[in-house]
Design a protein around this ligand. Structure first.
Ligand SMILES: C[C@@H](NC(=O)c1ccc(Cl)c(S(N)(=O)=O)c1)c1ccccc1O
Ligand SMILES: [Zn+2]
Length: 261
């Protein structure tokens, strides 16, 4: 039984197989900006990525991901709400069936066309991503909103590979890529304690969501939707990855902090 985003295996039934779906610190959330607490003690968020860490780009069936060599601390994020270094592991995207929605987090109820997640793990306290993914401060995910507008020349480097990774399970070499090129000018962020937004929904993510979006053109977005969530095997008709975003979850007893006034 493979989880997905359709009625029979989507977010509304994930709780059947993954009980954490109804947990106390689930992601994504709607960020209500007037309730966000400005915290002057928050340090700037500092990324330091080595382009040679990028290894492959893969179609996981749920999303498209660039995977990095996380064997050393050559690509890390630190500062912000984080204690110590978090090592870069992978980046991936979430989008929707139309340009009107597709991001996972919302800001004052408004969602963007898509959202980029840059996933890191706490290499000071843990020896692997899998171990870190089970601890409350094990992962740090940097969320970046994508707003429909001008074509994005760095997103183009990603969509250029889609011909080779059209179906689920396909991967292609992808190196010499620094994810900093996908960050907006301002590193102002909101931060809150949350979870993976995909099963197993582990509650181990310190979220930092950047305030400003980056651009993506509607044609580039359409290319994400042309990726297939099915394997290439003959006989099974292929289906497009038209949507892969989880609805917003209850805030419950959490506070969102802002790094800016
Ligand atoms: C199954 C899928 N894992 C994730 O997508 C994923 C993992 C961790 C986090 Cl923290 C998030 S999230 N959305 O909370 O940022 C998503 C996957 C596995 C292997 C390769 C590519 C790939 O995409
Ligand atoms: Zn994600």
């Amino acid at each position: 039984h493979q989880w997905g985003y359709e009625d029979h295996n989507g977010p509304d039934v994930w709780q059947d197989l993954f009980p954490l779906a109804n947990g106390d610190r689930q992601s994504p959330i709607n960020i209500i900006t007037k309730d966000a607490l400005y915290d002057p003690s928050l340090q700037p968020l500092l990324v330091d990525y080595d382009p040679h860490s990028a290894k492959v780009i893969s179609n996981s069936g749920h999303t498209v991901a660039v995977e990095f060599d996380d064997g050393d601390d050559s690509s890390v994020v630190r500062g912000g709400p984080l204690m110590g270094n978090y090592r870069l592991r992978q980046l991936h995207f979430h989008w929707g069936p139309s340009d009107g929605h597709g991001s996972e987090h919302k800001v004052d109820g408004v969602d963007y066309a898509a959202e980029l997640h840059i996933v890191h793990w706490n290499s000071e306290k843990f020896s692997s991503f899998v171990k870190a993914a089970c601890a409350p401060d094990g992962l740090a995910v940097l969320g970046v909103f994508l707003k429909v507008g001008e074509p994005n020349r760095y997103i183009e480097k990603i969509t250029d590979t889609f011909g080779a990774i059209r179906s689920k399970g396909k991967q292609s070499p992808f190196t010499n890529f620094d994810p900093s090129c996908l960050l907006p000018a301002s590193m102002d962020f909101w931060t809150y304690p949350g979870s993976l937004t995909v099963p197993p929904l582990l509650e181990s993510v310190v979220w930092t969501v950047l305030k400003d979006p980056i651009s993506i053109s509607c044609e580039q977005l359409a290319m994400f939707r042309s990726l297939l969530s099915t394997k290439e095997t003959a006989g099974i008709e292929s289906c497009c990855m038209t949507t892969n975003h989880r609805p917003v979850q209850p805030l419950k007893n959490r506070k969102v902090r802002a790094s800016f006034l």
